[in-house]
Design a protein around this ligand. Sequence first.
Ligand code: AHM
Ligand code: MG
Length: 337
Amino acid sequence: MENTGITVTEHLLIHQKESPMATGRFTRLLSELIFAAKIVSREVNKAGLVDILGLTGEINVQGEEVKKLDDYANRILIYRMQQAGVLCAMASEENADIIEIPDKYPKGDYILVFDPLDGSSNIDVNVNIGTIFSIHRKTSDRSHATVQDFLRKGSEQVAAGYFLYGPSTMLIYTTGNGVNGFTLDPSVGEFLLSHPDIRIPETGQCYSVNESNYTYWDDRVKKAVEYFKTPENDRGKPYTARYIGSLVADFHRNLFRGGIFMYPADNKDPSKPRGKLRLLCEAAPLSFVIEQAGGAATDGQQRILDIEATQLHERVPLFIGSKKDVEKATAIVSGEA
Ligand code: AHM
Ligand code: MG
């Protein structure tokens, strides 16, 4: 008999005792999220065929507008998750306001925040993209969730992770008890445990940053990036540069190989003084994952998970990855080193 592997649901059930999150309702939430991600994965795999299938115009043969893949991913996630019966509200990177659960569906007390298709500028060139998610429990006793219910510290997340649509589709997630990785076996349509108890190396070999922003960084950020390029660093040789431009893909590589991803603040665009990445749907969930894997994440001054959001789409500078590399960058950026 071949070894058929452990599915995500089996894994949750097996570890039920260690994880208070493995309740039936949480399992339902995760199963629904997985189902939506499988649909997104299927569409991502077909993305290159869009031209061949004739869906290039803005209007398709039914006279409907042809939706972009990121818009499609957003819609499918909202559509599936609103029916799950376990959420009280959602927020998406693509929607300005929170998304309430229509009255016709049952509600629960979980709050879901997601970036439906991170790295979407890479879709048309067949480069890895992903879906990032963050799960909180509603703490207020209001019957309807408000934006206030979303403005929480990352340390209060009950689960977080991402789906990576790459050569294989993967799910990496944590419920605060380590990080596990699952790979989609397309022949059976199940995510199977492929990377149990992921640990990031204490120091890495690569640094990931969009260096074209160099002119717009302040001197401390420039100094931090220089640190990873000079042979006079603690490693005794320059780190290798790796930058895909899909946060989820850059993060995933560094999670396994070790290293640091940086998206510092810059003065390129006065409307975005705190960098480009979003606290609630990008930085906080990935910071939960990285800390659970033994790494670290800061905004250059403080731990990302300690920051209490003040706005739904708040942006934050991000230094994330191997513990020692993030500590070094943070010490330089904060002026301690
Ligand atoms: P997106 O969520 O709209 O795709 O934007 C976020 C992306 C990240 O995936 C990536 O790290 C970053 O933007 C790249 O930005 P830049 O092109 O400025 O380097
Ligand atoms: Mg994104």
